[in-house]
Design a protein around this ligand. Structure first.
Ligand code: COA
Length: 156
């Protein structure tokens, strides 16, 4: 993700997250954090998704991930997740994330690549909804069970 991607990233965040959407300032702050890694998924030069990941010690925390709404259900979310796993393989032991209990689509996506629910955080979100904390343990050698790697840039 480059600063020039911000407009499109903000649009995607707003259409996907309603009250949980990050502000421009929140995204801008990420560019100054040395533990923050920011990615965009592009197709034919168009930004169609993004992810923000914090790498702290041996954990990668997915802080935000979204795919443009009109592209949902076409495998882009899984592709981006697999790219992140490949990118952080050998650098971290596990991935962690929080997801709204009602976000079945995201939960299924995470489960389909091996994430497990490890705890429930009651009333975690500002509207009172619970979160599931999910993790994916990577193998000792930094590998994971899902081997498929696909380039993040799906354009030509
Ligand atoms: C969650 C999100 C990133 C998934 O992206 P996506 O591109 O739609 O996901 P994919 O098409 O790669 O689907 C991956 C998996 O999600 C699940 N899934 C896809 N469509 C689904 C649907 N309609 N209902 C339930 N699960 C669904 C399936 O398990 C699918 O795996 P499969 O194709 O092997 O069955 C996307 O929907 C999104 O941006 N949502 C809003 C933001 C958000 O909730 N982010 C996560 C916050 S923790």
């Amino acid at each position: 993700m480059q600063p020039s991607d911000l407009e499109e990233v903000l649009r995607i965040s707003e259409e996907c997250f309603n009250s949980d959407a990050w502000s421009r300032q929140a995204f801008e702050k990420e560019f100054n954090l040395d533990y923050s890694y920011r990615f965009v998924l592009e197709e034919d030069g168009e930004v169609i998704g993004y992810a923000v990941v914090w790498q702290i010690y041996d954990e990668a925390t997915i802080m935000s991930i979204a795919i443009k709404k009109d592209r949902w259900g076409k495998g882009y979310g899984k592709r981006l997740m697999k790219f992140l796993i490949e990118y952080f393989k050998g650098k971290v032991s596990r991935f962690v994330l929080d997801v709204r209990r009602s976000n079945i689509r995201a939960i299924r996506l995470y489960q389909s690549i091996g994430f497990k629910i490890i705890s429930e955080r009651r009333g975690y979100y500002s509207d009172g909804e619970d979160a599931f904390q999910m993790t994916l343990e990577l193998e000792e050698n930094g590998g994971d069970k899902g081997k498929a790697f696909e380039a993040v840039n799906t354009g030509g």
